[in-house]
Every structure is written in C-alpha cells, then in structure tokens.
Ligand binder design. Structure first.
Ligand code: ADP
Ligand code: MG
Length: 639
C-alpha cells in the first residue's frame, strides 16, 4: 500500500513538473484513500443492507449544509462566485442509466478541500464510529443509522460515484472526483462552465437500482425534506415547503413532525426520548427545539459525545456544533437554538466569549431543567427512563454548575430504606415523609443497595424511624456533597461522627455500663491504641453490634480514599472514631476483662474494633483482622 501511495505521489509531482496535460489526466489524478477511509468503506460496503437508504439523508444533509454555509457568506458580504444562482437542491433519477444525482448550489469545494474531505476522515464522529466498529466486530447493524457515516455511506448503494464541484471562491477551478469506493479515487479538472456548488452522481449497484426509481426516492426524501431550509427540485418538480419547525408556534407542530425533524437533524433512525420546544420574546428573542436521544450517546463505549445543538440567527445557520452554546453536562442534547438578537457575522472567536450567548445558555438550561421537572411530574415512568439513561449528566450538572445545582438536586432519584429494591424516590418525597423530630436528610454511600442494607450505621436511624437515602454510583459522594442542602434541609452522611440525632424515646431501660465504667473503658482503649483513632466513645448510635467505626471529622471518606488509591495518588492517613455500644454484653465483658486480664482484653478490643472497621469499609489491611482472630482464639483455647 505504501508503495502505491509513493508511486501516486511521485507521479503527481512528476506530472506537475512537466505540466503535460495528457499525462496528468492519465496518471496524476490517481489518489489512495487514507487507511481509515478504506477500513470504513469496507464496513460500509459489506455490513449494512437494511439501513442503506440513510445515504440519501446524508447527501441531502451535506447539500443543505453547503447551502447554509453559502447563505452565511452572502449575508456577511463575502464575494461569491455566481451570486445570482439560486440556493437550491436538485435531485434527479435516471432509471435507465441506473443513476441518482444530488446537486446543490452551495459552498462547493476547492481541489484541496476535496482531497481533505473526501479522501480522509476529517470528521471526528466518523472516527469514533470506526473505532467502535473495529472493537465490536459485527452485531452493530443499528450503528450506521444512529451515527451516520456521512458522505462515505453513498458506497452502500454505489458502484461508482462522481463528485463535480466548484468552490464559492471566485478564482477557484472546478474539479471532478471519481471513485468506486475501494482503494482510492481520481481527480481531474471539471469543465470550465461547471456551476457553483456540488453535484454528486451515483452509479447504482445492480441490487440498489431502487434508488434510481423516482417513487422510491421521492418517498425517502419526503421523510426529511420538510426540514431542509432550501427548495428541492425533484426531477423538475418542486418538492418541499421550506419551514423551520422551531420558529413555529408549538400548537401548530404535530408530534410526528418533531420526530421527523429529530431524525433528520440527529441523523438517527430512532425516536427521541423526550423533547422541548421553547420560545421567548423577552429579554431575548429565542426559539429552540431540543431533543434527548433515545439512548445515551456515551453509554455505548463511544466516549465523550460532542455538543450537537446548532446555533441559528433567524433561520440562518451560524454554527452547526458550537462548542459552548450550552453547558458541558447538556452535551447529550441535539436540536436547534435560534436567536434573532445574535449578529449574523459572529465569528467562531466571538462565540467563545459572548455575553449574549452566555445569557442564552442560562435561559435554555433553566428551561430544560424545568422541562425535566415537568416530565417527572406528568409522566413519572418516562422520567425514570430518562433518569436511568442520563443520570450521570444530571449529576455532572450538579457538580459543575453552581447556579443550577439546587433545581438539579430535585431531579435526583435514588433508592432508600423506605423503598423496595429497584424502586426510586426523590428528595421531595423523602422530605414529605420526614418524622417530626427529624432535622436533617440522611444519606449513605456504597457500592450497592445490598451492601448498604448491612451497614452498621443504619441501626441508629432505623431505631428512630428515619429514612436513609442510598447512593450507589461512583462519584455520588461528590454530587451530594456539592448539593449540601435539599428543600432547605441539610444533607448528612450517616457514616460521619458528628451526627446530631435526637434521643431515642420510649425505649425500655437496657442494662449497660454506667458512666464511670464507660469512661474507664474508653480511656483505656485510647491509651492502648495510641494515635490510631481520633476519638473513642460509648454511644447510643449502635443498637446491636458491639462497636461501630465512624468517619473522623477531618477524614476523607472510604470512597475517596479508594479513588485516590486507584489513581495512584498519595492517600492521607485517616483517624476514624470508634463508638462502643454500652448495652452490648461483649462490651460489658470487655470492661471487666480490662483489669482481670489485660492481654486478653487487648486482643478482644482489637477484634471488636477491626470488625467495626471492616463493616464500615475502613479496614485498610484485612490480614490484621485474620491475625488477630487467630491470636484471640489461641489465647481463649489455651486457658
Ligand atoms: P459531515 O457532514 O458530518 O462533516 P460528511 O462525511 O457528510 O461529514 O462530509 C464530509 C465533508 O465533506 C463535509 O464536512 C464537507 O466539508 C464536505 N462536503 C460533503 N458534501 C458536500 C457538499 N455537497 N458541498 C460541499 N462540501 C461537502
Ligand atoms: Mg454530512
């Protein structure tokens, strides 16, 4: 392959040197596809037969993009070639010749652009698609429909494709690119009278001649053409009415129209999970339609998705994927934001730092959160579906956007000691169930509900009839900690030492250590295990176990500790707090044993403490517990 490339390059250089016309048309115009393109073509050609009509959508969408770009050039007073040529798409079928031609009067491409755009993979979405395909090795039939592979999808149906194009730049020459979609392509000069824009002539494969049938193609185009902002000529007949769905009154738009618009703009074959249509006249003129795709685009191993909400100014596309139109955590949305208040000639640099854009972003974000709140209220089932697929983004929003975190907190869903496994609840519901003497909202972090249900910390809360919310996603601790409060109540993690619980009422008096015995015990433990714990106490927080370990006030949590360890970061030393249960018989035994047999008492205390640490997920070295058990047993049995 390398050799062939060298020969092609060499020939090109040679041809340029001698400037020979005949020689250059035979030799100099042969180019190899970039390796990635060949891999992609191989997949495209062999894998997808059911979805192959998507190539029509891709080419119409490229034509529309090219026209949008030209319109913006004209509106910003650039000098374009053939300024009077109408902005339209022309589609022609030729059943006899087995061809389909899709042409536009758009921005066109220069020779260099053709090489870059139609010879390499410039589009990062396509790159990701390719990586995904390579990893999954088949079984990914839907992917091409969901992600669209752009221009190259034409080779699903084509034997040969000819692209004739002339750039908008007045001094550019027209070029013709031809390829069979296998190894490479040829380039040659196109006739001097080639009009501005791009014409793609598709020679159909024998099993794809359907795409040369007028009725079949009309049917496909009708699915999307309503949303192309330019007239479409189909075999000489005007096809679509031009409409920008987001500029309409939402009462006048049918659900099917939103759905079809979504499919067109998101290059998707599925329906959106939910959508929002929002218009405002003040303080900023805004029209927006936003969609949540059916599936989380980051859930399939594609990595971080790119923002996909286009920015328009009164129906003129300014940027199809502006980076910072909406906050990062909303990157899963697709759709359109249109504001008449934006200057048309706004440049990419200006988009980076524009106060109007920031305000637009704030308004849309707020409205979208409101939309989700509404969804949760009106269609709880649908909201749960959203939550199960997109919770990570909402959580990311809480951590990253200070101004929206409180409204986002209301969107959180979780299981709790009051819910059945698998059933979710919200903080609003939690608060409505709070006991009269309950001040705070209680939460607990861990790997799973099953693990949390065995947590030593639950005892004290359950004895008081208080609900505890379970958070089981990695990172939940950060999320809840940035939230701090919900519905005006403080959130408290119940593994903390400083839980301020009301006294237990109506409990029968239980035998236990008296104050003096308790004091003597805790002082002895503190002395024996010098510097290990921030505090040793006896506490009513435990109702059954002999002891519990609590996260010291200044300690980092076990989750964060595990995270630091996994990242290879230095882990600061922690000093948990140990609380003994004065009513537990073993603890009472320990208090007595302390003076009778200090050696045995030390082993016993160590055992109780290590078990408490283990249950709290704070035992750094489980071997300690095993060694101690053995020593304790030996001692007991040798008596
Ligand atoms: P995408 O449209 O997502 O960028 P495509 O594979 O569909 O990816 O197209 C690749 C590039 O080729 C486009 O970004 C554009 O620069 C160029 N291109 C494709 N079709 C046209 C066209 N009809 N007119 C001008 N440029 C085009
Ligand atoms: Mg495209």
């Amino acid at each position: 392959m390398r050799l062939l490339t060298c020969i092609a390059l060499d020939a090109a250089a040679h041809a340029r040197r001698i400037g020979g016309t005949i020689f250059s048309t035979i030799m100099a115009n042969t180019h190899q596809f970039q390796t990635e393109v060949r891999q992609l073509l191989d997949i495209v050609i062999h894998a997808f037969y059911s979805d192959r009509e998507v190539f029509v959508r891709e080419l119409v969408s490229n034509a529309s993009d090219a026209l949008e770009k030209l319109r913006l050039k004209q509106l910003t007073n650039a000098t374009v070639y053939e300024p009077e040529r109408e902005l339209r798409i022309t589609i022609t079928t030729d059943e006899e010749g087995k061809t389909l031609t899709i042409a536009d009067a758009g921005i066109g491409m220069t020779r260099d652009e053709v090489v870059e755009y139609l010879g390499t993979i410039a589009h990062s979405g396509t790159k990701k698609f390719l990586e995904m395909m390579k990893e999954s090795k088949g079984g990914t039939q839907d992917l091409i429909g969901q992600f669209g592979v752009g221009f190259y999808s034409v080779f699903m149906a084509a034997d040969k494709v000819e692209v004739t194009t002339r750039s908008w730049q007045p001094d550019a020459t027209a070029v013709k690119w031809t390829s069979d979609g296998k190894e490479g392509y040829t380039m040659e000069d196109a006739p001097a009278d080639t009009p501005r824009g791009t014409a793609i002539r598709i020679h159909l494969k024998d099993d794809a001649t359907d795409f040369a049938r007028a009725e079949h193609v009309r049917h496909i185009i009708n699915k999307y053409s309503n949303f192309v902002g330019f007239p479409i000529d189909f075999n000489g007949e005007h096809l679509n009415t031009v409409q920008a769905i987001w500029m309409k009154n939402k009462k006048d738009v049918k659900p099917e129209e939103y759905e079809a618009f979504y499919k067109f703009t998101a290059h998707s074959e599925s329906s959106p999970l939910t959508y929002m249509h929002f218009s405002a006249d003040a303080p900023i003129v805004l029209n927006s339609v936003l969609f949540v795709p059916e599936d989380n685009p980051e859930a399939m191993g594609f990595g971080r998705c790119e923002p996909n909400v286009a920015l328009y100014c009164h129906k003129v596309l300014i940027d199809s994927k502006p980076d910072n139109l909406l906050p990062e955590w909303l990157r899963f949305l697709t759709g359109v934001v249109d504001s008449e208040d934006l200057p048309l000639n706004i440049s990419r640099e200006m988009l980076q730092d524009n106060s109007l854009l920031r305000r637009i972003s704030g308004i849309i974000t707020k409205r979208f959160i409101k939309h989700l709140e509404g969804l949760a209220k009106d269609d709880a089932e649908k909201y749960e579906e959203f939550w199960r697929r997109y919770s990570r983004f909402v959580k990311e929003g809480i951590v990253t956007s200070w101004e929206h975190k409180d409204t986002l907190g209301k969107l959180l869903r979780f299981e709790s000691t009051f819910t059945e496994p698998g059933k979710l609840t919200s903080f609003a519901d939690y608060v409505s169930r709070m006991k009269e003497n309950q001040k705070d909202v209680y939460v607990l972090f861990g790997a799973s509900r099953a693990q949390l249900e065995h947590s030593p910390y639950l005892d004290a809360l359950q004895a008081r009839g208080f609900e505890v919310a379970f958070f089981t996603d990695g990172g939940d601790q950060f999320v809840v900690e940035s939230l701090m409060k919900v519905e005006d109540k403080e959130i408290k993690s119940i593994d903390r030492a400083n839980l301020d619980l009301p006294p237990l009422e109506g409990q029968p008096d239980r035998p236990g250590l008296d104050e003096e015995q308790a004091k003597a015990l805790t002082e002895w433990v503190t002395e024996t295990f010098k510097d290990s714990f921030s505090k040793v106490t006896t506490s009513d927080r435990v109702s059954s176990a002999p002891a519990i370990a609590l996260q010291g006030e200044n300690d980092i949590s076990p989750e964060i500790k595990a995270y630091l360890k996994a990242m290879g970061q230095p882990v600061p030393e922690t000093h948990p707090e140990i609380a003994f249960n004065p009513h537990n018989p073993i603890v009472q035994k320990l208090a007595a044993l302390r003076t009778e047999n200090e050696e045995l008492a030390t082993l016993l205390a160590d055992q109780l403490i290590n078990t408490a640490l283990l249950r709290a997920g704070m035992l750094d070295d489980p071997a300690k517990l095993a060694d101690n058990s053995q020593a304790l047993l030996e001692k007991l049995l040798s008596k």
